[in-house]
Ligand binder design. Structure first.
Ligand code: PMP
Length: 405
């Protein structure tokens, strides 16, 4: 692979080349969703202009081609995260749906009164609420693993929480508010010693690290396509084969069955068992394209580029009066900040007027914000298509916004 070159990357993203409020757009909200390269958009166009057909059904040529491409896409994901078997890859709508699937199948079947689900305080709501729902259904309890004031997980507290009652540990690989990377390898090893399974929310982590689920030894690893330069509406649930096989199905419908009669129904094996109904074929193909595209790049160079830009942004705004970076982490792709005495939404509005798109609010992480005593932050999140100029525009726009407020 050739060395990372931003000048080769940026032109491949059509959405970046537009004006926003009469200024060239500066997109700093990639942790919410990433923009898409032309090859990904082209895959969707080609699919619907060509081999569009239902998959795993019927016998005509179009459906055979669509099915072959769809299953090849599954293999691409398998190789990308180094899963042992391709049937350990289940297509979902995204990370949220994957987490709900685990909660409503694995957890609902295995949890009993008195069992505990450990959930870190740094989680996105998608990795909290499904556990609360299944706790309510089973009589199990959700137990918080607290974070420390520096926005890293309190590992001493984790070890205290981890008991014979612990059945599931749910943690993010990388959190979306501060970019904290949780020590998931350690968490997984410790949880396994207690016989608990670990669910890793990889929505942010998959974008910025090379993931090897076997080396990591995660029982479940989930992510969304849309943060990984692929479309919305497609995501992945990875689970260890033996665990997935023992899980009951969730949604009922076509493809997840072997034989249906009114006397009873038998279910298909993996991965079909968890893929009821017509899937998002175009989304799967486009996710595979995004992965191939990403793997054709110098990913390490891309991450260095992102981190260099992040440091430039932090240095450029450090002198603004009252500005405070919340839970600053080393080597992250994003950072959150507040300006004392000024509402985050007012700053976001003034930035938007200058063509700067970033996220203001609670980032779907109420418990973490509560722990910080904040109602919201501003978040700058970067992707490999951002430029020095983006950062210079952001720095100037933030200085201007703060001087007006
Ligand atoms: N977990 C984390 C850490 C996230 O950042 C997000 C998206 N903001 C999600 C889960 C949920 O992803 P989705 O909405 O794509 O299902």
């Amino acid at each position: 692979t050739a060395q990372f070159d931003i000048n080769q990357i940026r032109p491949q993203f059509p959405a970046l080349h537009q004006d926003c409020n009469d200024q060239p757009l500066v997109y700093l909200d990639s942790a919410a969703t990433a923009q898409k390269p032309q090859v990904v958009i082209e895959t969707i166009r080609q699919y619907y202009s060509g081999h569009n057909a239902n998959v795993h059904r019927g016998s005509h040529s179009l459906t055979a081609t669509a099915t072959a491409q769809f299953e090849r896409a599954r293999n691409t994901v398998q190789q990308f995260i180094n899963a042992r078997f391709s049937n350990e890859i289940i297509w979902t709508r995204g990370a949220t749906e994957a987490l709900n699937l685990i909660a409503q199948t694995y957890a609902r079947q295995n949890l009993q009164v008195g069992d505990e689900i450990l959930v870190s305080e740094l989680e996105h709501h998608a990795n909290i609420v499904p556990w609360q729902i299944v706790a309510e259904q089973t009589g199990a309890k959700v137990v918080k693993i607290p974070m420390k004031p520096d926005c890293t997980l309190d590992m001493d507290a984790f070890h205290q929480c981890l008991t014979d009652n612990t059945k599931i540990v749910a943690v993010a690989h990388i959190t979306n508010v501060t970019g904290t990377r949780n020590p998931i390898e350690q968490i997984i090893a410790d949880a396994h010693q207690q016989g608990a399974v670990v669910v890793v929310d990889g929505a942010q982590g998959i974008v910025h690290e090379t993931v090897d689920v076997q080396a990591m030894d995660a029982d479940f690893y989930v992510f969304s396509g849309h943060k990984l330069y692929a479309p919305t509406g497609i995501g992945v649930l990875y689970g260890k084969q033996a665990i997935l096989e023992a899980m009951p199905p969730w949604h009922g419908g076509g493809k997840m069955v072997e034989k249906v009669s009114f006397a009873g129904t038998t279910f298909s094996g993996l991965p079909g068992k968890f893929e009821a109904g017509t899937p998002n074929v175009a989304g799967s193909l486009a996710l595979a394209t995004a992965i191939d595209w990403l793997q054709s790049l110098d990913r390490e160079g891309a991450e260095q580029h992102i981190q260099r830009l992040r440091q430039k942004a932090i240095d450029g705004i450090a002198e603004i009066e009252g500005l405070r970076i919340v839970g600053l982490q080393a080597n992250a792709s994003l950072f959150s900040f507040i300006v004392e005495g000024v509402h985050h939404q007012d700053i976001a509005t003034l930035l938007d007027q200058q063509g700067i798109a970033l996220r203001a609010g609670h980032h779907c992480a109420h418990p973490m914000l509560d722990a910080l005593g904040l109602t919201g932050t501003l978040r700058v999140s970067l992707a490999l298509y951002n430029t020095e100029q983006d950062i210079e525009r952001f720095i100037a726009a933030l200085h201007k916004a703060c001087s007006l407020l």
